[in-house]
Design a protein around this ligand. Sequence first.
Ligand code: ADE
Length: 283
Amino acid sequence: MNYRSIFRDDLFAKQTIMVTGGGSGIGRATAIELASLGAHVVLVGRTMEKLTAVSEEIAQLGSESSTFGCNIREEEQVQALFANVLAARGRIHGLVNNAGGQFLSPAEFISKKGFHAVVETNLTGTFLMCREAYNQAMRDNGGVIVNMLMENWRGFPGMVHSAAARAGIENLTKTLAVEWARSGVRINAVAPGLIESSGLDNYPDMAKQFIQNVIKDIPFKRMGTESETAAVIVFLLSPGANYISGESVRIDGASSLWRKTWGIEEHDNAPKPYNGFEQDWFV
Ligand code: ADE
């Protein structure tokens, strides 16, 4: 396994960066890219087997990582997580709050329990992770946080719980950017549109058919890649983004800007998909 990042090799040398939900999808790609750039990545999630598998992939790069189990909805677990990571690593330079979850359903069928579960994981979990990162690690040393949104600029029919939670994360990101600027903490977010990621495997076949139709309505006429999402997260973590805080970056092939009032003929002129896992990408 190798990874060809577009950033320079030692960009994150001597840094410890935590990635929640690092066992699959965008979290895995981000963790691997950061490790390829010299970071010690702390993989956080609920399923240790998935974290261990990514840790082994990172070892193949010749990089170090560690794994910590944590349910980000549980306050005590989050507090213990930061205490344990700090005991092991001394410092935490960056945090990627990628972990989250949702399910497709028309709003009228979502129970209070189901709604709360999604809000708790995505919004409350992200808040707890940010708060503990600040209180335990970043208040005195600074640091960088990247949160995960979704492209919900025109609402998100079929996922009202997650769309509402992500809207909350966007505002939380802006608020904390101001509150924690005095500590040298930057906090931003990314808002992926339709990304070809392992997360899509969890959707039923009907949803997969629906996704094929959605692609036709994306100006770029394709899904984004995990690498195209990871690269933006990595940029936001890097010193190149040192004057950016409270911002949300859409990674969506312009899908949030287009409405069906403007016809887009079939084409294959979108920029070539970037995939850092392909060795000949630059050729
Ligand atoms: N990934 C999805 N849900 C999660 C949770 N509650 N805690 C940690 N990682 C997760």
